[in-house]
Design a protein around this ligand. Structure first.
Ligand SMILES: [Zn+2]
Length: 411
């Protein structure tokens, strides 16, 4: 068995058809994989990993086997001893291609400790006990909201939209914006107060909320100038989820972000975020724990959200790619994974695994892999992904055209 498994494998990856995924001629994931999309069906995420909800399968001697099961049975062959010991014999990351045609819910992810408690108390809504730090890398572009805006920007926003100001009322606003100079820490405390006040009001004064949401929508619809990211998201979400969704006004407190191809966004625990539109590569710790806060018909856990949110503005980090040789190395910000993009043409390159598992995804071109002085080759092309078990100590990738791959390693 050791002999059979000590080789690179092509992955058979599950697709998630969440409603916000791209469809028909715009469906990015089918294009990427070279398959025909089913009419009207949304293609949201391609999962590469060993999450029990939807594990990748690999072909072992003609039989498709789930990667989580194989790792469980042969942790040292797949993960390597070091990784198996550090991560309780589980693949520590989950890798995705994500295609958003419509906004995802506003969400934040728990810390490891919070996830352990949530999973214990509510395993239906929190399917695992892990945290979910994530990195999003734009394949073409990404429009997102991530992290709270600064205190002064939130004040300007509330001045700009009298409907939001009216909903808060002058008494609440004078508590939040007392007019004197505040330290950075005091400003973060005021952002917390603002959001908690908002959620409390949205849940208790629902008629007033609906009235002001509708008033703002009317005013924006009759406006001649171009809508901002916040405004167009607000209008779209109102027509989709009705006028009671708490996300409708809360989006105005979040910071808009635009990533160009290759740029990345790091999401740490507690950071509120929503991806609005774009096609991205995403890597995260192996978890599916999402605490939602609006723009969704799914389960929303507001009390949990209030306890885990990071209210400090500019916690979202945007990373511009830096080429070192023919490799773009994105920063390591969590122990579960590090991601890089390697591009080269008409060459053969050697890679050493350090006896830790690696995952490759071809995003352009194709090539072949040779390993451990083995006579065989494994060929792969754009859209295909390969797992290199830890038992493979080194391997060569050869290409006659040009090849671009994302590589996930464990630091
Ligand atoms: Zn997320």
């Amino acid at each position: 068995m050791i002999e059979i498994l000590s080789r690179p494998f092509l992955l058979h990856n599950p697709i998630q058809h969440y409603s916000w995924g791209s469809k028909n001629q715009y469906a990015y994931i089918p294009q990427f994989l070279g398959i025909t999309p089913k009419p009207g069906k949304p293609y949201a995420e391609l999962w590469m990993g060993a999450h029990p909800t939807a594990p990748t399968k690999i072909d072992v001697d003609g039989k498709l086997m789930a990667l989580d099961e194989l790792i469980h049975r042969f942790p040292e062959i797949f993960l390597g001893k070091n990784v198996a010991d550090r991560f309780a014999k589980q693949l520590p990351f989950l890798f995705k291609v994500l295609s958003a045609a419509e906004p995802l819910s506003i969400q934040a992810h728990p810390t490891k400790r919070q996830a352990e408690l949530l999973h214990k108390a509510d395993p239906v809504h929190y399917p695992d006990d892990n945290h979910k730090p994530e990195i999003a890398i734009a394949l073409d572009f990404l429009t997102a909201l991530a992290g709270f805006a600064t205190y002064s920007n939130i004040r300007k926003t509330i001045e700009k939209y009298p409907e939001i100001a009216q909903f808060f009322g002058s008494e609440a606003l004078s508590d939040i914006f007392p007019g004197n100079r505040l330290s950075k820490k005091q400003q973060v405390d005021k952002i917390r107060l603002l959001y908690q006040t908002f959620i409390h009001l949205a849940q208790t004064k629902t008629e007033l909320y609906q009235k002001n949401v509708d008033a703002l929508a009317m005013r924006l619809q009759s406006k001649n100038s171009k809508h901002s990211v916040h405004e167009s998201l607000f209008l779209k979400a109102r027509s989709k989820y009705g006028n009671l969704d708490v996300g409708l006004f809360s989006i105005f407190f979040l910071r808009p972000i635009h990533l160009k191809a290759g740029e990345a966004l790091c999401i740490n625990p507690g950071l509120p975020h929503t991806y609005i539109k774009g096609n991205i590569i995403e890597c995260m710790a192996n978890s599916d724990n999402v605490v939602r806060a609006g723009l969704t018909p799914k389960y929303q856990d507001i009390p949990t959200l209030m306890t885990i949110l990071d209210y400090s503005p500019y916690s979202a980090r945007i990373i511009k790619p830096e080429m070192i040789g023919n490799e773009i190395q994105y920063p390591t910000f969590t122990p579960e994974f590090v991601i890089s993009q390697i591009t080269f043409g008409s060459a053969s390159r050697k890679f050493t695994t350090g006896n830790k598992i690696e995952l490759l995804l071809a995003v352009e071109g194709g090539g072949s892999i040779r390993w451990n002085n083995h006579a065989k080759n494994l060929t792969f092309k754009k859209g295909q992904s390969v797992i290199i078990p830890a038992a493979v100590s080194d391997y060569y990738i050869k290409t006659d055209e040009s090849l671009s791959i994302f590589k996930i390693q464990i630091p």
